[in-house]
Design a protein around this ligand. Structure first.
Ligand SMILES: *Cc1c(COP(=O)(O)O)cnc(C)c1O
Ligand SMILES: [Zn+2]
Length: 428
């Protein structure tokens, strides 16, 4: 047995690799590798009362335990030395509960886990703190990713914090101005390519194949370990009570894989006494995972994703398909899809309740409502909807919804002359 608690394991053929390898694909079959922890040794590391020690760490003001990822260090990357941790810090995001959102979904208890309140305004920070910390541990000097936006923002910020050089490949003119502004200002080398996301993805894999540049895309299995902390932190915030459902938007499917993995491990370690169900939500014009789910995962679908306001999940061939399929099946999950109109309406409801979310999060919220309407989610069930990014990153989608009255909840500003009488008349 190796001296590390974790190793990498091929998700298709099971071949094992040392956790310190720089390779993220199996050399036998080419499929993805996943981090696998020896849960018995991990339990021994955690000690007799892990809930109590995590509770104590919540009071901690200093890093690393003040981070909502590294509070759970042993569950995330037990072999990572504390000194290698690069934290901004991240996590500790709120669980919002709003009557208007509960009425919209149609169940008694709905929480929005707002991952947009991370340092770079998306959940990608949780994966990136793990990926960049591991890159530092592995001695990398240069890191790279392909991204529709949020991944590149997170990578650029963590690379800057770690004083690593960051390289971002993104599809030219397919990301919002807000999304482009972040990696540029965090100092990464940004290459805007004349292709789509899948094209950038292919090139970044070729660029990093030799190992000279460290790959931080979602096939990097260490990022998944950091993202597990969304589910772990949520049940911790709920006093270790497990909700009935987690609803999450699905693009490359890394996040839903992470959610499932983290919850399964918590259950296996005895930190929670039952498993929740999970629901993936996709945009109608970018729904390969939904198509596979509908056929009971008889085949893996891939397609050319059409235009959707949910730009972060406009993905036709999800990299983490196999991991996500396993997560959905093991947590007795479902997958749904919604239109852009439904997603924008859901976003408008959440925004107007004071919880400003992105269109991708709107897909998850609209998905929760659809599953409730279909009777899949019960009226008394407790639902956690994961909001993946902050609405402030997506003003270019939010503004036209209101100013061009694209939907029933549009709230455009009223332009008028500067007179008290006019104002009083307008306000009634
Ligand atoms: C990355 C991202 C997603 C999709 O997550 P996957 O792991 O690719 O499924 C959804 N929403 C936002 C805001 C994102 O940045
Ligand atoms: Zn393999």
């Amino acid at each position: 047995m190796s001296e590390t608690i974790s190793e990498l394991r091929c998700i298709a053929c099971g071949q094992r690799k040392d956790v310190k390898t720089r390779q993220f694909r199996c050399d036998a079959c080419g499929d993805l590798l996943a981090v696998e922890h020896d849960l018995e040794r991990l339990a021994a590391r955690l000690g007799p009362n892990p809930r109590a020690s995590f509770d104590l760490r919540r009071a901690e003001m200093q890093l690393p335990y003040a981070s909502g990822v590294w509070r759970y260090h042993e569950l995330i990357l037990p072999d990572l030395p504390k000194e290698a941790i690069v934290s901004l810090p991240e996590g500790n995001t709120p669980l919002y509960r709003r009557g208007a959102i509960e009425r919209f979904v149609g169940t008694e208890q709905v929480y929005v886990k707002h991952e947009g309140e991370n340092p770079t305004l998306s959940f990608k920070d949780r994966g990136m703190t793990a990926g960049v910390s591991w890159a530092v541990h592995a001695g990398a000097k240069r890191v790279a990713c392909a991204s529709t936006g949020d991944t590149s923002a997170a990578m650029a910020a963590y690379a800057a914090a770690a004083e690593l050089s960051g390289v971002v490949l993104l599809p030219h003119e397919k990301v919002s101005a807000e999304q482009l502004a972040q990696p540029i200002s965090y100092g990464a080398r940004v290459l805007a390519l004349d292709t789509d996301f899948d094209g950038c993805m292919k090139l970044v894999q070729e660029l990093t194949a030799s190992g000279a540049i460290y790959l931080l895309n979602s096939m990097n299995p260490f990022r998944i370990e950091g993202q597990k902390a969304i589910g772990i932190e949520t049940v911790h915030q709920l006093g270790w009570q497990v909700p009935d459902w987690f609803v999450i938007p699905v693009g490359n499917a890394g996040n839903i894989s992470a959610l499932g993995k983290g919850l399964r491990e918590l259950h296996a370690l005895g930190l929670i006494d039952r498993l929740p169900r999970i629901a993936g939500a996709q945009a109608q014009l970018a729904d390969p995972f939904y198509l596979s789910y509908r056929e009971d995962f008889a085949q893996r679908h891939s397609l050319t994703a059409g235009p959707t306001i949910a730009s972060a999940i406009r993905i036709g061939d999800p990299v983490s398909y196999e991991k996500a399929r396993a997560a959905v099946q093991e947590l007795h999950g479902v997958v749904t899809e919604v239109s852009d109109e439904e997603a924008m309406e859901a976003k408008a409801v959440s925004d107007a309740a004071g919880v400003h979310i992105c269109p991708n999060s709107g897909v998850a919220l609209a998905g929760a409502r659809r599953l409730r309407e279909e009777g899949v989610i019960g009226a008394k069930e407790r639902v956690v909807v994961i909001a993946t990014a902050h609405g402030g990153k997506f003003a270019s989608t939010t503004l036209p919804y209101h100013t061009e009255r694209q939907g029933p909840l549009a709230n455009p500003p009223q332009v008028m002359e500067a007179s008290l009488q006019g104002i009083e008349e307008a306000l009634g």
